[in-house]
Design a protein around this ligand. Structure first.
Ligand code: AMP
Length: 214
C-alpha cells in the first residue's frame, strides 16, 4: 500500500501535526496537502485569497467555508489517482468533511485512515509558546528560552514565530478546535476510520505509533 495511502491528520494546534505530516510524507511518498501552508503561501504572495484569509488567520479563527472548500477540493482532486496523500488542516469542520467525502466518493478515492494526535491542553499551551517555523521550507521547530532561535535544521533558513502563535490567538485556536474540529473526529469514528494516537511523547515515539497503526 505505501505510496497510495490516503490519510487525514488531526490534532489540536501544537500537537505536532506539521512535523508528523512531514515524516509521513517522506516515509510513504505522499503528497502533503496543508491548508494552513496554502493560506500562508497566498498571504506572502499577496493574492486576493491570501488577503481575504488574513484577518481570520491572525485572529486564530477559521477562514469561511466558501473560501476554503473549493480551493482545498480542487487541490485534493488534482492529485493523480495513483498517488497517496496526507491532508493536514483540512477538513476542519463537519461541513468540510461532508463535502470532502462526497467529492472523494464520486471518484472512488476514499480516505484509508484518519490519524488523531491527542495532546492535553496544558501541554499545547506550553509547546506553542516556543513554536517557530522556517520561512523558507515551513518546517516547524520548538525553541524554548529567551535567545533567538537557531537556523532551520533542514534548510538553514530563518525561523520565525507565526502571528497566530501569540497567546490570545493560541487560546482561540484551541477553542475553535474543540468546538468545530472535534466533531469531525466523531464523523470519522462513526465510519471506522479514526485512530487515536497519544501525542505527548517525543516526535520519534509518536511517529513509531503512527507507523504501527498504518
Ligand atoms: P494551520 O497552519 O493548519 O494551523 O492553519 C492556520 C490558519 O489557517 C487557521 O488558524 C485558519 O485561520 C486557517 N485554516 C487552515 N485550514 C483551514 C480550514 N480547513 N478551514 C478554515 N480555515 C483554515
Amino acid at each position: 500500500m505505501p505510496g497510495r495511502l490516503r490519510l487525514a491528520l488531526f490534532g489540536p494546534p501544537g500537537a505536532g501535526k506539521g512535523t508528523q505530516a512531514q515524516l509521513l510524507t517522506d516515509r510513504y511518498d505522499l503528497a502533503h496537502v496543508s491548508s494552513g501552508d496554502i493560506f500562508r503561501h497566498n498571504l506572502r504572495q499577496g493574492t486576493p485569497l491570501g488577503l481575504r484569509a488574513k484577518k481570520y488567520m491572525d485572529r486564530g479563527e477559521l477562514v469561511p467555508d466558501e473560501v476554503v472548500i473549493d480551493i482545498m477540493l480542487s487541490k485534493v482532486m488534482s492529485i493523480h489517482a495513483d498517488d497517496g496523500f496526507i491532508l493536514d488542516g483540512f477538513p476542519r469542520n463537519t461541513r468540510q468533511a461532508e463535502e470532502l467525502e462526497a467529492a472523494l466518493t464520486a471518484r472512488a478515492r476514499n480516505i484509508d485512515k484518519v490519524l488523531h494526535i491527542d495532546v492535553c491542553e496544558e501541554e499545547l499551551a506550553r509547546r506553542l509558546g516556543g513554536r517557530f517555523v522556517c520561512r523558507d521550507c515551513q518546517a516547524p521547530f520548538t525553541h524554548q528560552g529567551d535567545g533567538p532561535p537557531p537556523a532551520c535544521q533542514r534548510c538553514q533558513g530563518d525561523l520565525y514565530q507565526r502571528d497566530d502563535d501569540r497567546p490570545e490567538a493560541v487560546q482561540r485556536r484551541i477553542g475553535v478546535y474543540r468546538d468545530e474540529t472535534m466533531p469531525v473526529l466523531a464523523f470519522y469514528r462513526d465510519r471506522g476510520l479514526l485512530a487515536d494516537i497519544p501525542g505527548k511523547d517525543s516526535v520519534d515515539k509518536v511517529f513509531k505509533r503512527i507507523v504501527e497503526t498504518l
